[in-house]
Design a protein around this ligand. Structure first.
Ligand code: OXD
Ligand code: MN
Length: 597
């Protein structure tokens, strides 16, 4: 524990006192992020039956939580950008007048921590003290949030040293929204779904989240700070906060390049960030390393290149579908010191989820806490069940992952789940064309948010629809502008790992075989690989892809690479958003239509 007497930052001390006065917790506890502290909190939660210590021989340092079934994902309908004007929030964000929202929230937060401890979590997104890093402080009444934050962010007394007496921090206030007035209120997973609000005040750089304990709504360093608030800071200060993985790729000659990738939630960013090239490519010397799997902060440096850091310290990955076949690096990342939420529990105190093993265990306790057998009709793990794993566990971690100034970005990969009409890969003609492709991105919806219909195609510009902290049209304009004055402008590559045949089967093996596409991308950057110009961008010929070790016919490849003019030129944006787009992007659309005609 940090002794509050040693905290020198007056603004922080005052803010903590003000929040305590409003929320009336029984205690205030300043977290130091240590293992001892986490052990104590885990033990307290275990004593209340709110947490399960997993089999320590099989999963050392690992714990398991089951949430309230009403609190399993981000709630986009309850996520607000309360900028001063509605136009600043734009046509795709929920907005409410900041004064009105503050009044509403102050009403909800009043007395909401009664019977609970308020934890003060000083954290850094990015290496502590790094030039691109940001300091935040989360106040929360959830011990689950404390133990998760110390995995996902850097929680340490050193953060307060960096802050000093006058340093600025981003205030992040969180409550599960259930005061303990009587013993029955002290439930295992407190939450208040009827009154959930995840609110951002971009001008003040303030976050207030009420009523949910789910990671994306409650670990405020992640989506709230590192994407929504940081995107506004990037707009104001000339950098980018992106919903992107970062990976390193090394070719057989030993050249190394870094690539970022924007894919909507649950489209395989974690898998792509940790991919292991097929054996034949490994033998030649191809290697992929991981810098981050979800968020990139990207800044132009004095040399005119874009550099990126991963502000996080862990992976908050979707568990189902992860296996030693699909993503061994993710499996090994969550082999120890990991928190699992809403997966299933095996009889020997380990975890299981759909897709982890070919054969289903004969008996499990499912995410509802009920007996489960393969004959059960519901999945054992929630489709959005998660692991929060320390990044240092990752076997493919890149040697430069914590480089303070970030790694230089050579290419930007974008895409979504597109069963029809979109080819495996195509390269933008230039930066603005790339941003256009990013603006028109869409994906089949999955389970990462509760309130969007699964299975439908949804427009998701740059995979930032739920994460841009300001007007999406202005955000896309900022992206266009960021490409100017660079000495090396990364190309955009639109990829689609999810194309299906007429029979409904995936046409591309995906996972490790995506390295074949990555290799083409890297060789294009080096001027080594050929491509063919088409109406939609540059594409590889069959001969340009390394198919070593994979039987893939030229005919199937041609089919995979074909495009449907209507699909590639579809304009999926809300009319109101399209109208506000920067002219440069509208011109890109006209040029595309002309090339296609
Ligand atoms: C995530 C998401 O949790 O995008 O990363 O929903
Ligand atoms: Mn994400």
């Amino acid at each position: 524990m940090i002794d509050p007497k040693n905290v020198k930052n007056k603004a922080l001390v005052d803010w903590v006192a003000k929040v305590a006065e409003l929320t009336t917790p029984d205690n205030i506890y300043w977290c130091d992020g240590s293992q001892e502290e986490a052990d104590k909190l885990f033990n307290e939660m275990i004593a209340k039956d709110a947490c399960v210590k997993l089999n320590q021989e099989k999963r050392p340092g690992c714990y398991y939580f089951r949430s309230d079934p009403r609190d399993v994902a981000r709630v986009e309908s309850r996520t607000f950008i309360c900028s001063k004007t509605k136009n600043d929030a734009g046509p795709t964000n929920n907005w409410m007048d900041p004064k009105e929202m503050k009044e509403k929230l102050n009403g909800l937060f009043k007395g909401c921590m009664k019977g609970r401890t308020m934890y003060v979590i000083p954290f850094s997104m990015g290496p502590i003290g790094g030039p691109i890093s940001q300091v935040g402080v989360e106040l929360t009444d959830s011990a689950y949030v404390v133990v998760s934050m110390r995995i996902m962010a850097r929680v340490s007394p050193k953060v307060l040293d960096v802050l000093g007496e006058n340093g600025k921090f981003i205030p992040c206030l969180h409550s599960v929204g259930v005061p303990i007035n009587k013993p029955e209120d002290d439930v295992k997973w407190p939450c208040n779904p009827e009154n959930t609000y995840v609110v951002h005040f971009p001008e003040e750089r303030l976050i207030m989240s009420f009523g949910s304990g789910y990671g994306g709504n409650a670990l405020l360093g992640k989506k709230c700070l590192s994407l929504r608030i940081a995107s506004v800071m990037g707009r104001d200060e000339g950098w980018l906060a992106e919903h992107m993985l970062i990976l390193g790729v090394k070719d057989p000659k030993g050249n190394k390049a870094y690539v970022t990738g924007a894919f909507p939630s649950a489209c395989g960013k974690t898998n792509f960030a940790m991919l292991i090239p097929p054996a034949a490519m490994q033998k030649k010397g191809w290697k992929v390393t991981t810098v981050g799997d979800d968020i990139a902060w990207i800044k132009p440096a004095a040399d005119g290149k874009l550099y990126a850091i991963n502000p996080e310290n862990g992976f908050f990955g979707v568990a189902p579908g992860t296996s030693m076949d699909t993503n061994p690096n993710a499996m090994l990342s969550c082999a120890k010191n990991t928190i699992f939420t809403n997966v299933a529990l095996t009889d020997d105190g380990d975890v299981w989820w759909e897709g982890m093993t070919k054969e289903k265990p004969a008996h499990l306790i499912d995410w509802h806490g009920k007996d489960w057998t393969p004959a059960s009709e519901t999945p054992a793990a929630h489709p959005n069940s998660r692991f929060a794993a320390p990044i240092e566990n990752c076997p493919s971690l890149d040697e430069n992952w914590e480089k303070l100034d970030g790694v230089p970005i050579s290419a930007i990969v974008i895409g979504g789940r597109r069963p029809k009409g979109i080819p495996l890969v195509y390269e933008s003609f230039n930066w603005t064309h790339g941003v256009y492709l990013g603006a028109m991105m869409g994906s089949e919806v999955t389970a990462a948010a509760t309130d969007v219909k699964a299975g439908t195609l949804r427009s998701d510009p740059m995979a930032m629809l739920p994460f841009a902290g300001y007007n999406m049209a202005q955000y896309l304009g900022h992206l266009v502008k960021m490409g100017k004055n660079l000495s090396m402008t990364p190309r955009f590559y639109h990829v689609n790992w999810f194309r299906k045949s007429a029979e409904g089967k995936f046409m591309w093996p995906g996972f490790g075989d995506n390295a074949r596409v990555l290799a083409w991308i890297m060789q294009r950057q080096n001027g080594e690989a050929k491509g063919r110009e088409t109406a939609i961008g540059f594409v590889p010929n069959y001969e340009d892809i390394d198919f070593d070790g994979l039987e893939y016919s030229k005919d199937t490849f041609e089919e995979l690479m074909s495009y449907d003019a209507e699909t590639v030129s579809a304009q999926p944006l809300k009319e109101e958003l399209y109208e506000q787009l920067p002219n440069a992007l509208k011109i890109e659309r006209e040029a595309l239509l002309e090339r296609l005609s």
